[in-house]
Design a protein around this ligand. Structure first.
Ligand SMILES: [Zn+2]
Length: 273
């Protein structure tokens, strides 16, 4: 009986401590400093099967540049992400480990600054060999995010091109997954720490671009961001983050304020950024 009471008290104490911790972190991030208290805490870090680990090691440069400890965390997250998402080929496209690892790694790279790395509005990836006819507007697309199906759709040819040419500020994988993150984090009921951090700096970027006309004109005139960025806020953030990943130094030199906000928005303090 005594043991049971002690055990129950311990469980209650742990729950109370966790709730207090979560609430303090929420207040801290919301009102004082938009940074999580910690990023990684895993009881057992998962490893990828050998073939998938080989692809991560040889084909994903962001991972190659991480420190040894960060590599363990990254691999753990990729492994969990693969298990919780669905990958399907269309138009006769056969899915193999390369698609699975590179797509999961792109999502994990984008959320590596956060503690929560699962995006609730994203459950599946649909991959076509080349451009595909979109179900939404019947036009040919290279990629799209469909919130109703919680799906990101890619043309594999164009996904690969995004990584093969790594300094042209085009990266289809990053672009479409940013749409999913953006959509998810800006949902009114999302009060996760990651969403608060993202939104805090997103608002600062929006304010800078929308209220400072000269700054906006300089950004447009510089052609650093392709014209498509100025279609709407969603495209702006997606193109901006593509550029942040492909040419961080250029963004830092030309528009240091925007660079600094993106870096903080993604909580990115990794090699090269
Ligand atoms: Zn887009």
């Amino acid at each position: 009986m005594l043991v049971l009471t002690a055990l129950l008290s311990l469980i209650v104490l742990v729950i109370v401590f966790y709730q207090l911790f979560a609430f303090s972190e929420f207040l801290w991030v919301k009102f004082i400093s938009p940074k999580p208290f910690y990023r990684h805490l895993y009881f057992r870090k998962q490893k990828l099967p050998r073939d998938q680990a080989y692809i991560l090691n040889t084909q994903f440069s962001f991972y190659q540049n991480l420190k040894p400890k960060q590599k363990l965390y990254f691999e753990h997250r990729v492994s969990k992400f693969i298990k919780q998402h669905n990958f399907k080929g269309r138009s006769g496209f056969y899915i193999n480990d390369q698609q699975i690892v590179l797509i999961a790694s792109t999502a994990i790279m984008l959320t590596f600054g956060y503690r929560n790395y699962m995006i609730k509005s994203l459950e599946r990836f649909i991959i076509y060999p080349d451009v595909f006819k979109s179900k939404t507007n019947k036009a040919y697309h290279k990629g799209e995010f469909n919130p109703a199906y919680k799906a990101v759709v890619f043309s594999w040819k164009d996904f690969l091109e995004g990584y093969n040419i790594d300094n042209d500020n085009f990266n289809l994988g990053i672009h479409e997954i940013v749409h999913a993150i953006h959509f998810d984090f800006l949902k009114p009921d999302n009060d996760s720490i990651s969403a608060i951090i993202f939104e805090h700096h997103y608002k600062k970027i929006k304010k800078l671009i929308q209220t400072n006309t000269t700054y906006r004109q300089n950004l447009v005139a510089s052609k650093y961001l392709r014209n498509y960025a100025f279609t709407n806020n969603f495209e702006f953030i997606a193109v901006l983050i593509e550029s942040f990943f492909e040419t961080p130094q250029e963004l830092k030199n030309q528009f240091p304020e925007v660079y600094s906000h993106v870096k903080k928005m993604l909580n990115f303090d990794f090699n090269g950024y």
